[in-house]
Design a protein around this ligand. Sequence first.
Ligand code: UTP
Length: 289
Amino acid sequence: MIKKAVIPAAGLGTRFLPATKAQPKEMLPIIDRPTIQYVVQEAVDSGIEDILIITGKGKRAIEDHFDRNFELENRLEEKEDQLLLDEMRRLSDMANLHYVRQRELNGLGDAIRYARHHVGNEPFAVLLGDTIMDSVIPVTQQLIDTYAQFGGSVIAVEEVPHDKVNRYGIVGGRPQSDRILELDTLVEKPSVSEAPSNLAIAGRYILTPEIFDALEQTEIGKNGEIQLTDAMRILLKRENIYAHRIEGKRHDIGNKLDFLKTTVEFALKRPEFAKPFMAYLKQVVAQAE
Ligand code: UTP
């Protein structure tokens, strides 16, 4: 039902400088896969067939990563490394990928505007290119299921500590079930006193195509950027929007501490590293105490 996804990946990644001066933050690897590969995998695992990546200056490595590299494939063939060869070919066959460049970095809302022509008149998923989800059921799939049930735009949310609400887009609304809220407000980076809840927007959305008209009417907001949250507040006046409290954990790779934690958590889940890495971590902790 939802067949298209948009992955915004044009941002400057200033929180991760200097690593992001000459390479996209979406290419920062968690163990051996760049962040954006996990994101594309989540979309594919959720039944998405067509993905538009919003790129920009200095983001060439993203296109190269998902493209074929014949020189590399020839070398792997010569070395008879079939396993890696298969993995490289799977990578370039993951999905039907398209790219469009955001001309000026005017924020997430502005980035989504560039998808209008490609998406057309159908609902679509948005997955932030610097955010990895760790979950049993892919988070985008969870949102698609909620969309199937309720019919309006759906935003992934997760609880954050009350004193940290000013770092996120925060939603407020009426519970429809254990995990679903019908929204009556959304605020980008509210102060602790004005926040309607501690439910933060978590980097995954299902949006109806009406978002594009709302984006055209959205004025420059916090940080001098066109905020997607502001456009969704306009959309909320016209149609219902739901929040889905996700089953899973969000990892914001654009944040250095989160990046470190994600690397450790994911390494402990990889069978080939779990045991020796745990032993190493215990040793490091024991030495530090
Ligand atoms: P962020 O706000 O985390 O990205 O946007 P940023 O601007 O690169 O971050 P910092 O604060 O400078 O470190 C979330 C996602 O939206 C994309 C980013 O690439 C990221 O994947 N984005 C953001 C765009 O595509 N265009 C923009 O103008 C802003």
